[in-house]
Write a protein that binds this ligand. Structure first.
Ligand SMILES: Cc1ncc(COP(=O)(O)O)c(C=O)c1O
Length: 383
């Protein structure tokens, strides 16, 4: 009998998904307007304690628009971590700006200390702008990514960026539900803009979709205007600016809303999976599950295993041969063809983590026997 295949991260639809989708279809509001969009946005606002939430086409374009509204212009520079899915880096390029790549910390997040050191040593503050000493360009923003659901340590960075007029865009695509213990703020609500993704591989999904979290009505109105084709007079088709078709549909919102209703259940199931991996894998000296930060409550989106770099490829191959989908961490973005000539700052840890990390199956509905099959396969591997 062939073993069943264990995916890395799969969605599950066991709430009001079908009911809401049927309601949506019956209402005939299936495109980019409708009640489910409003309800989904309101529910996200309440859950994340965000002032405003805007549902849009996906996380990638949510980042693009956030950068645009943050004031990022052609020729500007944006600080960004090298370890992340490539979407935030491309979002910088869509705005004709350039990334400056930063190292990461033990949680695969941007290294706060090094970022501060870079700003203090390698930039000057002149006429209200932070200028890169090397390129003489304005550093207009920083994208911090809450990688794998781990909250970025932002304590020192927030006041410094405020002082230096650098806008903070939080990419919380992977971190819906993660929040800081001290102030109970949710990932995506600390900086100037927050972005969440509802792609099928995220903690909840709307099929495709993104949410932009903002703190004031001015940014809310501006984003709504831009993503709905910049309509100045909808009746007469007057558009005074170049708009975008980045709004997302009521159908997707219906799906997302039904998923969001189950978020607490999902996070608590994911926490148990993390604990089980940790308890069983850390017993062996060759395997170490990566811890989550102690200063935040995690959503446990993806579990990461650290192994001796000598064995990483072999172990990945072994797991996949056993029909267990395990994957390496994303290629470092400062090494990608399109970005290899961009500025970097003292990248070390990211290189080490990239060489030694493996992403493990983490679906919240992972069956107990499948979880233990992953654990057994890992512990049986000959190091
Ligand atoms: C950190 C990060 N940012 C952005 C995105 C892009 O989101 P989307 O797929 O919704 O465009 C993803 C994942 O897909 C992601 O993991």
């Amino acid at each position: 009998m062939t073993k069943n295949y264990i995916p890395l991260h799969e969605p599950k639809f066991n709430g009001n998904e079908v009911k809401y989708l049927k309601e949506c279809i019956r209402s005939s509001w299936v495109s980019t307007n409708g009640l489910f969009i409003k309800k989904f946005e309101k529910h996200i606002e309440k859950y994340t304690k965000s002032k405003y939430a805007i549902f849009c086409i996906n996380g990638t374009h949510a980042l693009q628009i956030s950068l645009l509204v943050a004031g990022v212009k052609s020729g500007d520079e944006v600080i960004v971590p090298t370890i992340t899915f490539i979407a935030p880096i491309n979002a910088i390029s869509y705005n004709h700006a350039k990334p400056i790549f930063m190292d990461c910390d033990e949680y695969y997040n941007i290294d706060e200390e090094k970022t501060i050191e870079f700003i203090n040593k390698e930039t000057i503050y002149k006429n209200g702008f932070t200028i890169n000493k090397k390129t003489k360009k304005i550093i207009r923003a920083i994208i911090v990514v809450h990688t794998f659901g781990n909250a970025v340590n932002l304590n020192q960075l927030v006041p410094l960026c405020k002082k230096r007029n650098i806008k903070i865009i939080e990419d919380a695509s992977e971190a819906l539900g993660t929040h800081y213990i001290k102030n109970e703020k949710y990932a995506g609500t600390v900086g100037d803009f927050g972005v969440i993704s509802f792609n099928g591989n995220k903690i909840i999904t709307s099929g495709a979709g993104g949410m932009i979290l903002v703190k004031n009505k001015k940014n809310y109105d501006r984003i709504k205007y831009l993503i709905y084709q910049a309509k100045n007079d909808a009746l007469n088709f007057i558009h005074n600016e170049i708009g975008y078709n980045f709004a997302q549909t009521n159908l997707n919102a219906a799906l997302g809303l039904a998923q969001l209703e189950n978020i607490e259940k999902i996070i608590s199931a994911k926490e148990k999976i993390h604990d089980t991996y940790k308890k069983n894998l850390n017993l062996t000296s060759n395997l170490k599950l990566v811890d989550v930060p102690e200063y935040s409550k995690n959503n446990y989106w993806l579990n990461i295993l650290k192994v001796n770099r000598k064995y990483k490829k072999k172990l990945l191959h072994f797991l996949n041969k056993e029909r267990i989908l395990a994957r390496p961490v994303w290629q470092l973005n400062h090494l990608q063809v399109k970005y290899k000539n961009c500025q970097t700052y003292n990248i070390q840890k990211a290189v080490y983590l990239h060489k030694s990390s493996i992403c493990l199956p983490s679906s919240y509905h992972l069956r107990k026997e499948d979880l233990f099959r992953v654990i057994k396969t890992l512990t049986n591997f000959k190091f």
